[in-house]
Structure formats: structure tokens, C-alpha cells
Design a protein around this ligand. Structure first.
Ligand SMILES: NC(=O)c1ccc[n+]([C@@H]2O[C@H](COP(=O)([O-])OP(=O)(O)OC[C@H]3O[C@@H](n4cnc5c(N)ncnc54)[C@H](OP(=O)(O)O)[C@@H]3O)[C@@H](O)[C@H]2O)c1
Length: 434
């Protein structure tokens, strides 16, 4: 890791001290304590959807939401797009009070200075791609300034590096949630649900995650480039408690995502849930599959996975490819839709029980924002203890999952939870909105 020059380090420390000495001033005219929420990367699709979902939370418009990013013109355009999307679906919101805070999260000193002068009560980091980063710089800045933190990191290596700051977060009394969203995020809590339904985590032998997105799901170029980067990776799965690596885009098979989505082709893809589910829950067999539509895209991705890793791992090249292919991807999205679906299945060690949870939403972009906002709301409500947590650690209890699910699944077209018993032996009733 590059060390900071001494003057920069002093500026860094002074900014941090100034920040921690000042409590954020209450905002006038509101009947409950409002919070300052900063969404980094909200000029993009996932962060923008998070801003919109934060506003729709109960009392959400009372919070002061700001967007951290590199490009003010892009922020203005994003705001116009949010206004048009919200007026079509949820009524008029002009987003007039949403501020832009210029920052580049790759500039450590600039980031800290911007955060110190803005003084958020919560940082939500959505500015991916998270692949091939060598340190969780935004989390580190949040810990220096003692600001609660939420991210949407979908990279195993970076998430593990973030977990390394758990002790620091506990010591500093800072609640931090990593790898939130729909997948990872809601998917990880669905895994706890299905494990409990087959007799509890101890009794669970296998968890399989299957994901489906129509086209790009309306996602931004970052998700496209993240997908290309992931294709360069061997696929981590756990077999009898040991890591096992498969080729990307191998083992094509069909998965049933239920009403409205149906049977879809999926293949192995390196997704964070395999790691976090095994590491946190201790399930011995875990695997992850993904598929898209039209079916031709699946074979295109398989073809891409055969390219030399050196090409696929070139972040700049993959971002450029994502930008070039965006018009075609958007055209296909208009033909196939932008749905997102998840299927999580547990099998018991005795092999006699299995349980499946299903989730589907007609629009990936919207549901990711709703998922992130649901997790962020738990932090804002003081329900997350100090530390750096994966979702399945922080919301292992039935009550914890219920609170997140209630907010995150409002817009679903399919939401089916199995009946089961939670860790403290209470009945968890089957739930369905299909
Ligand atoms: N957990 C989940 O459920 C889930 C689901 C989907 C996606 N994701 C993750 O969400 C991330 C974002 O995807 P997206 O579709 O929103 O991508 P996007 O539309 O391309 O947006 C990314 C945004 O981040 C900003 N950004 C990039 N680098 C930055 C920097 N150094 N400083 C400040 N801002 C920066 C970009 O702005 P400029 O480049 O213009 O500055 C852009 O607006 C991806 O990494 C993806 O993997 C998670």
C-alpha cells in the first residue's frame, strides 16, 4: 500500500479531528431527528435508484440526501431522470433538496476532506466496480471519521479486506454493512431463511443460489464491466467444506424462477454469496449460478469467458467495452425487459428436507435501490451494532430479517419465503405475495 506524504497525512488527520469534534447540526423545522445521508456513485443507476428509494422510506424526505461524485453535469441529468421516473410511478418529487458533493473516492485526501466538510451521518458507497481494488478506501475514510457505512461491494477479495476492519469499527463504535443490495444482500438473508426451514443452519448441507436478469436489468455500464471482470475469475464453490474452483460460465442448466419468469438457463458464475454464506453460516456445500436473457447473451458471455484473463482483467478496457456495448444492451433491454429474479434452495444434511425462497422484481435497477435503502434504514434506525458485517451476520435473527424484507420486497412481483424455525426456535410462517 502507498504511504501518505507527511503533509497530506497531517491534512488528513486535521480534517478527521475537525469532523469528529463537530456534531452534525439538527436540520430546522422537522419533527424527528433527520439524518444526512451521502450516496457516493449516485450519478449512476444503482446509487440513483438508492436515492429514490431512500426518499420513499417512511419519513425519508426528512433526511438530507446528497450525492457524492465526480461529475456535476451528470448529477443534473440524473436528477432529471429520477424526476421523470418517480412522476411516472410514485408521484412528483423534484429532488430539489438533494445536493451534489464533488468527490473522487480514488483520491484519498480529497475524499476525506470532502467527507469532513460535508459531515454525513451515513455514507452509502455504490461507485463500483469493486472488482480488482486493493483496499476499501471509502470504508477506511468512514472509520477515520466515525461515520456509519453501507456498501454494495460484490467482490469477494475486497469484501474480505473490508472485514479486516471489523475490530477498528467496533473500537470506534461505527456500524458498517458491506455487500448489501439485492444480490448480494437480500439473497444472503434468503439463505438464512431456507437454512432455518430445513432444520437450522447446523442441519443444512447445501445452499444453491440461482440468479436471473433480463438483459442488463437496466443497469449502468459499471455492472456490465463488473460482469466482464467477473468472467475472468474462476468460480468459487464449496464442496464438503472445501473451496472448489470451476470455469466461469460452465455447467449450463435450467432453473425455475416461478410465475412470470419461469425456467431459465443459468451457468456457474463467481459471486460473493458462495464465500459469505460458507464463511458466515458455515454451510459445507454452496454454489452460485447466473443467467440472462435473451439466451444468446448467455452464450456470448460463455464466449467472453474463454478470452485470456489478461484481457478480461483490464478494468479500463472492460469499462470501455461496457460503454461501447451500452446502446445495443439498452436496445435489447427494451425487447426483453429488465427483470431480476433469485432462487435460493437449501437441502438438509439428512437429505430429506429442502426449502426454496423465490424473489422477482420487474426492474433490477429499482429493486437494487430498494434493497440498499432497506439495509440503510436499519443503520439509520440504530439497529446495527458497531463492526463490519455481512448482511447474513447482522440480520441473522428472524426480527432482523423481517425488518429488512418488509422494506425491500414491497415492489416485488414474486416473494415466497418457506415456513421454518428460526435460531431461537420460533415459528416463521411461510410468506408469499404471488
Ligand atoms: N449488491 C447488489 O445487489 C448490486 C446489484 C447491482 C449492482 N451492484 C453494484 O453496483 C455498482 C454500481 O453499478 P451501476 O449500474 O450503478 O453503475 P454506473 O451506472 O456506471 O454508476 C457508477 C457510478 O459511480 C461513479 N463513480 C465511479 N468511480 C467514481 C469515483 N472514483 N469517485 C466518485 N464516483 C465514481 C460513476 O460516476 P462517474 O464515472 O461519471 O464519475 C457512476 O455514476 C457496481 O459495482 C455493481 O457491481 C450491486
Amino acid at each position: 500500500m502507498r504511504s501518505l506524504p507527511i503533509t497530506s497525512f497531517m491534512a488528513f488527520t486535521m480534517a478527521a479531528n475537525a469532523f469528529t469534534m463537530m456534531a452534525s447540526p439538527p436540520l430546522p423545522g422537522l419533527d424527528h431527528e433527520p439524518k444526512r445521508v451521502l450516496v457516493i456513485g449516485a450519478t449512476g443507476r444503482v446509487g440513483g435508484s438508492t436515492v429514490r428509494a431512500l426518499r420513499r422510506l417512511p419519513g425519508g424526505t426528512k433526511n438530507l440526501i446528497s450525492v457524492g461524485g465526480r461529475n456535476a453535469a451528470k448529477f443534473k441529468k440524473a436528477k432529471e431522470r429520477w424526476m421523470s421516473l418517480e412522476s411516472k410511478k410514485n408521484g412528483v418529487d423534484t429532488f430539489d433538496d438533494v445536493e451534489f458533493v464533488p468527490m473522487d473516492h480514488e483520491d484519498r485526501i480529497g475524499l476525506l476532506a470532502a467527507l469532513a466538510s460535508h459531515r454525513p451521518d451515513l455514507i452509502i458507497h455504490t461507485a463500483g466496480p469493486f472488482q480488482r481494488r486493493t483496499a476499501p478506501e471509502v470504508l477506511k475514510a468512514a472509520l477515520i471519521l466515525k461515520v456509519p457505512y453501507v456498501d454494495v461491494c460484490d467482490d469477494i477479495h475486497l469484501a474480505q479486506l473490508a472485514k479486516g476492519y471489523d475490530g477498528e469499527a467496533r473500537k470506534g463504535n461505527v456500524p458498517c454493512l458491506i455487500s448489501t443490495g439485492v444480490w448480494p444482500g437480500i439473497s444472503s438473508l434468503m439463505a438464512v431463511d431456507v437454512a432455518e426451514a430445513v432444520g437450522g443452519i447446523e442441519a443444512t448441507d447445501k445452499i444453491e443460489f440461482e440468479f436471473f436478469t433480463s438483459g442488463s436489468g437496466g443497469a449502468g455500464t459499471t455492472i456490465l464491466s463488473a460482469t466482464f471482470l467477473i468472467l475472468s475469475e474462476k468460480v468459487l464453490a464449496y464442496v464438503n467444506g472445501r473451496p472448489h474452483y470451476y470455469d466461469a460460465a460452465s455447467d449450463f442448466r435450467k432453473a425455475d424462477f416461478g410465475k412470470g419468469i419461469g425456467l431459465r438457463q443459468v451457468f456457474r458464475m463467481n459471486l460473493l454469496e458462495a464465500f459469505s454464506c460458507h464463511r458466515v453460516l458455515g454451510v459445507p456445500n454452496v454454489s452460485t449460478f447466473f443467467g440472462t436473457a435473451p439466451n444468446g447473451w448467455n452464450y456470448l458471455l460463455k464466449g467472453m469467458a474463454m478470452l485470456p484473463a489478461k484481457i478480461l482483467q483490464d478494468r479500463a478496457l472492460m469499462q470501455a467495452l461496457a460503454i461501447v456495448s451500452e446502446p445495443l444492451v439498452r436496445l435489447v433491454d427494451t425487447l426483453v425487459g429488465t427483470a431480476n429474479a433469485m432462487r435460493v434452495t437449501a437441502t438438509s444434511k439428512r437429505g430429506t428436507e429442502s426449502a426454496t425462497a423465490l424473489y422477482a422484481h420487474e426492474d433490477l435497477e429499482t429493486c437494487v435501490g430498494e434493497g440498499i435503502a432497506a439495509f440503510a434504514a436499519q443503520v439509520l434506525d440504530g439497529k446495527v451494532a458497531p463492526g463490519v458485517w455481512y448482511p447474513e451476520e447482522a440480520f441473522a435473527s428472524l426480527e432482523g430479517r423481517r425488518d429488512v424484507f418488509q422494506l425491500a420486497t414491497k415492489g416485488c412481483s414474486t416473494w415466497e419465503r418457506p415456513a421454518g424455525i428460526d435460531a431461537r426456535g420460533r415459528q416463521n410462517v411461510a410468506q408469499s405475495c404471488t
